[in-house]
Design a protein around this ligand. Sequence first.
Ligand SMILES: CC(C)(COP(=O)(O)OP(=O)(O)OC[C@H]1O[C@@H](n2cnc3c(N)ncnc32)[C@H](O)[C@@H]1OP(=O)(O)O)[C@@H](O)C(=O)NCCC(=O)NCCS
Length: 256
Amino acid sequence: MTMVTDSSVVPGIGRIGDPGEVEPAEFGHLSEFFDPFLVPFAIDTLRVGGEVWVSRSEVGIDGLFLYVASERFGSIFTLSPAIAEAFSTFHPGASIFSDFPFGPSSEVFGMYRASLDDSPDPHRYSHRVRAAEESDRDDVLGLMRNVHGVVDERWFASLLREGETCFVVDGASELAGTGWVSVAGRSARLHSLTVRPRYRRTGVGTDLWQARVAWARNAGARDVLTEISDHNLPSRAIAEAGGMRRVGEIYRSVRA
Ligand SMILES: CC(C)(COP(=O)(O)OP(=O)(O)OC[C@H]1O[C@@H](n2cnc3c(N)ncnc32)[C@H](O)[C@@H]1OP(=O)(O)O)[C@@H](O)C(=O)NCCC(=O)NCCS
């Protein structure tokens, strides 16, 4: 791997500048939950113009830091508190996900997981859920901005991506809801479930959850995970009703 090392930052930490430099074999065990997704995360971050930093030791990559300046949002993956601490100082004021909390005001996100080995319970859909097409791109982006505010549109350059599917539910004249599912090997991850406020409490979120789990199962995943803020009671209710159980936690912190 060619790395742009910057020893003025921290020895052993360097920046990757191109997706071709992301070599899966070099990634060690960095996360109890996200190991299968780290390579796609890194490539996606580079695709949207973000920063990818790695920490290296003699055993390979032992820390990964992904950062997107437009959203002031980053994620640290490492088992080492010292490496996490080093990465956390790179962008003061940014919102950083990590296995380690930085400071007392961190927001706790529960990690929820379900096994897909058992036969699924039948689900009676209230809405028609469909896989998004490229022509839905502007509507999906509009929905995400309506609910989440600042969203970097480069994440949505393509809705049709290998290993990931975006699902949507149509409303009367606009999209009612959307959500993504990624599959890497035998693991699946649900993310970005979003329902437009006026369509909430009608089962859209539950239907999107069920459709994504069914897709993951058909794609060969044997377990599915998602991260949910402890403040997000609706999402927890949907995940738990779908058989997910809390298996750990991560933190979102803002480094002073
Ligand atoms: C979380 C979210 C997707 C839920 O979507 P939804 O379509 O309203 O969910 P459902 O109608 O399927 O609700 C399913 C169950 O969740 C629970 N629930 C939903 N909203 C709730 C609320 N505001 N308070 C408490 N429980 C709630 C209820 O048990 C509900 O079942 P019920 O309506 O039969 O009582 C939606 O609130 C949303 O988009 N929030 C903002 C974005 C977000 O937080 N996304 C999740 C990121 S992990």
